[in-house]
Design a protein around this ligand. Structure first.
Ligand code: ADP
Length: 659
């Protein structure tokens, strides 16, 4: 047995944090490696030692084997945990660790190698009597052979790149007449994406569920399974929600699948954490092997929550050569766990990743909630890495209870600054079919209206505009107390409607907000509807409003004209405030130009007697750190200038007159 006392984590983000936590628990020194983009990341701070390994592009840092090995040597690490992604399923890296005298915390290189190709994996599993999806996986890669195989299997078929992964390199073929072109295109794609154009052809299971089993092995020939995770909620063949146990698996099927998973583990002489993925046909109760992932999965916390096991600790123990501490009979799942992956992505735009700064990140306090993240307020989602923000995991005695908790979490989590899938996840959790476990891998595609899912919340945009408007009003007011020159009382009485316009739905919709303050309350007029609103409390980050007798807390992040408003009832709404005082509205007095808001005069660009042309800049004002240029409405002669540079003026102050 080898003793592990220092582990280098060849990864980043939440999984690095996760591994560090177990290292600490076990008294093991942790070494983080980080790229340029991650210098200020929380996982870097959490590790006992952190080593800079290079530029932000993965190839120059997290995928650079030389740099990682050198960092391990330099810091005295005797083991490497690869996390998931990056080098975790890289055979040459696992071998390299071995030759460099470092313990690779993962399965033996032969097992990784055997599962690295989908065709080899399927062939091996077939040999060991693990049911595989009917299909062709062979050396003869000619178009004729592949076409013949597809016809024999029967359409629809799925073409998969044997070297593919992460949902990439797959193509459904519905009819015989499409097959030749599809094969050519699939080969081209996989060649350029994976450097290999070998394909397998599979029966396409139209309403399958993705059910996978956690497996574990040690170096003494023991192998067990640690129950299943259902991961059918996917977009682009990638998981977004996982749960354990599966809501549909009968005990006898669970037993059979579990046994098949252990058979797979034994076939590989598996000696660490892994996952055997199956596609499950609910109607026939048949299941078929898809692949083995030879690493710790993203969704491993779901298993940990129902079993109470620490899979990272078990990985470390197995890597040290310790025999498995639990027997198959001792594995018991208690209660229900669900995981949602919070991503920086746009559900309205084909789930494309989004980059930017998360201005605020606050997690609600819910019993049984576990959050795996390396994000905090101010963190950047960069172009370089996976856009996952956090994994939200809840546990409860019942599935219903777990679902309810997850909905609560999704309603109350504050993640402001960029587009995320938070409201999309909530929408999935609120779906009646999902709630009773009635779903398959096409659930999102078939059951969710991706254009309209966000519009189901009543008053969504209206309330968000009111909140943004009063937030801004309050900010302005708090500044005003500093402007001594303004007569007191101004602020609490303006009986004329003020007006602000917001752009919602990515600028496609305009909402005009009119409001006035009278008798300690605001009256808002949006379209035909009026709202009575009291401003209960407001800070830079929140505002608490009473709208028609109901109080709401709004979380607000502002970045120039951009607002991100979030509230438990309406979800998150991004807004853009339109240029507040278009030149046309400024000139209220004939020839007179007034300050549109309490401001400071930054610059006076004209003087009395000067000729101006329409559109000429006259005066620059500043308010709320935003500059406003007052421009001439038409040609004329400056009669008088009343504003002086540096002075503070109230709204309506006559700045100058042009005749
Ligand atoms: P990857 O390695 O890219 O993750 P997998 O083989 O694990 O590829 O498949 C990913 C997902 O694609 C599965 O979870 C499932 O939703 C879908 N899938 C894979 N094979 C089939 C199939 N034969 N029929 C229907 N769906 C499939």
């Amino acid at each position: 047995m080898q003793n592990i006392n220092t582990i280098l984590i060849a990864n980043r983000g939440e999984i690095a944090s996760r591994v560090i936590r177990t290292c600490r628990k076990m008294g093991i020194k942790s070494i983080a490696v980080f790229s340029e983009a991650d210098r200020h990341a929380s996982f870097v701070e959490q590790a006992d030692v952190a080593v800079f390994i290079g530029e932000s592009t993965p190839a120059a840092s997290y995928l650079d084997q030389d740099k990682i090995i050198a960092a391990a040597k330099k810091t005295g690490a005797n083991a490497i945990h690869p996390g998931y992604g990056f080098l975790s399923e890289n055979v040459s890296f696992a071998k390299r660790c071995e030759t460099e005298g470092l313990i690779f915390i993962g399965p033996n290189p032969a097992a990784i190698d055997a599962m690295g190709s989908k065709s080899k994996a399927k062939a091996l599993m077939k040999e060991h009597k693990v049911p595989v999806v009917p299909g062709y996986q062979g050396d003869d890669q000619s178009v004729a052979t592949l076409t013949k195989a597809a016809k024999k299997i029967g359409f629809p078929v799925l073409l998969k790149a044997t070297a593919g992964g992460g949902g990439k390199g797959m193509r459904i073929v519905h009819e015989a007449k499409e097959i030749k072109t599809a094969i050519a295109a699939a080969k081209r794609e996989s060649k350029s994406a994976f450097g290999d154009d070998e394909l397998i052809v599979e029966k396409y299971i139209a309403s399958g569920r993705h059910i996978e089993f956690q497996i574990f092995g040690d170096k003494h020939g023991n192998a067990i399974h640690i129950l299943e995770r259902e991961c059918s909620i996917q977009r682009r063949y990638q998981k977004v929600i996982e749960e354990s146990p599966s809501p549909v698996l009968a005990e006898k099927v669970r037993k059979k699948m579990g046994q098949a998973a252990v058979q797979a583990a034994k076939a590989l002489q598996y000696d660490n954490a892994g996952t055997v993925e199956f596609i499950y046909d609910e109607q026939s109760q048949e299941f078929y092997f898809l692949e083995v992932n030879t690493r710790l999965q993203v969704e491993h916390p779901v298993t940990e929550e129902v079993t109470g096991l620490d899979l990272v600790q078990m990985q470390i123990e197995s890597a040290q050569g310790m025999p498995l501490a639990v027997q198959q009979e001792e594995i018991e799942g208690i209660g229900y766990a669900i995981e949602c992956r919070l991503y920086a992505e746009d559900a309205h735009n084909d789930f494309l990743p989004v980059t930017g700064t998360i201005q605020r990140f606050e997690i609600p306090d819910v019993d049984g909630l576990r959050v795996e993240t390396a994000i905090r307020s101010g963190s950047e989602i960069s172009i370089y890495y996976d856009p996952m923000i956090a994994k939200l995991i809840v546990w409860d005695n019942t599935r219903q209870g777990a679902m309810r908790k997850m909905q609560y979490v999704l309603r109350n989590l504050v993640c402001l600054g960029i587009t995320t899938n938070q409201d999309f996840l909530l929408h999935l959790l609120e779906n009646p079919d999902f709630q009773v476990g009635n779903y398959d891998t096409h659930f999102i595609q078939n059951k969710i209206d991706l254009n309209n899912f966000a519009n189901t919340k009543e008053n969504k945009n209206t309330f968000a505009c009111i909140a943004a408007c009063l937030h801004e009003w309050q900010q302005r007011e708090s500044k005003r107390t500093l402007l001594r020159s303004i007569p007191s009382g101004w602020r609490s009485n303006f009986s004329n409607y003020q007006q602000t316009t917001y752009l919602v739905a990515k600028g496609e919709e305009e909402i005009v907000v009119k409001y006035r303050f009278q008798k300690n309350a605001f009256t808002f007029l949006l379209g035909e509807t009026t709202y009575k609103v009291q401003l209960i409390d407001a800070t830079k980050e929140h505002c608490r409003l009473e709208i028609d007798g109901l109080q709401y807390l709004f979380n607000i992040a502002q970045n120039g004209q951009h607002y991100f408003v979030h509230n438990e009832a309406i979800g998150g709404v991004p807004l853009i405030q339109k240029e507040r005082f278009p030149a046309k509205e400024i000139a209220k007095v004939e020839g007179g130009y007034e300050a549109p808001m309490p401001s400071q005069i930054i610059k006076v660009l004209v003087s009395a007697g000067q000729e101006v042309k329409s559109g000429d800049a006259l005066i620059i004002l500043s308010s709320m750190k935003m500059e406003n240029t007052i421009e001439a409405e038409k040609d004329g002669l400056v009669e008088e200038v009343y504003a002086s540079e540096g002075s503070n003026v109230e709204a309506g102050f006559l700045l100058l007159k042009i005749t």
